[in-house]
Design a protein around this ligand. Structure first.
Ligand SMILES: [Zn+2]
Length: 171
């Protein structure tokens, strides 16, 4: 397939050059506006299941790229977690905590507080952070070389004040 939109980190651009006055920051509402409008339109065109799959896949792609371009190759799990926590906090993505880590079994529970995607949203009857699920799966796979299935089990939107994700090795 001929590609028009294949992702590359260069697409994020030279922000220092391009936005000498406004810099890196924007209002979070703008990010959410784009995300939730894209999700609405995708659902109208493709249905909710396909939309969720696409958000997961996009998050997964982003997680792998984030690992490569922001964190770089990590060799030690604790070091990986520390670098990730620092980057997520500095970039205003969220506050990451690891609640459970069993490297041998490939079984993890992590929480993200003040999450970019959902903190402060009205209560809904479903977890909303599908993109984050994929993002964490992409990160975990990049670090371990194993395939992960990540599921959000608690979310701001379901009444919890933090998002909680399980990550399990599959296959
Ligand atoms: Zn959430």
């Amino acid at each position: 397939m001929e590609r028009k939109y294949q992702f590359s980190w260069d697409l994020l651009g030279d922000i220092a050059q391009g936005r000498p006055n406004l810099g890196h920051n924007t209002r979070l509402e703008v990010y959410r506006l784009m995300q939730f409008c894209i999700r609405d339109v995708l659902e109208q065109n493709l249905g909710k299941e396909k939309t969720d799959n696409l958000f997961y896949e996009a998050g997964y792609l982003a997680g792998g790229e984030f690992y490569k371009n922001v964190l770089g190759q990590q060799h030690d799990f604790n070091e990986f977690v520390r670098s990730l926590q620092k980057a997520l906090k500095e970039m205003g993505i969220g506050i990451l905590r690891v609640e459970k880590a069993d490297l041998d079994a490939g079984s993890f529970v992590v929480t993200v507080s003040e999450d970019l995607d959902c903190s402060g949203l009205p209560e809904l009857d479903y977890e909303i952070c599908v993109y984050d699920e994929g993002f964490i799966a992409g990160l975990m796979e990049s670090f371990t070389g194993r395939k992960f299935k990540v599921e959000e089990v608690d979310c701001w939107c379901t009444g919890d004040r933090t998002c909680r994700f399980t990550a399990e090795v599959v296959g």
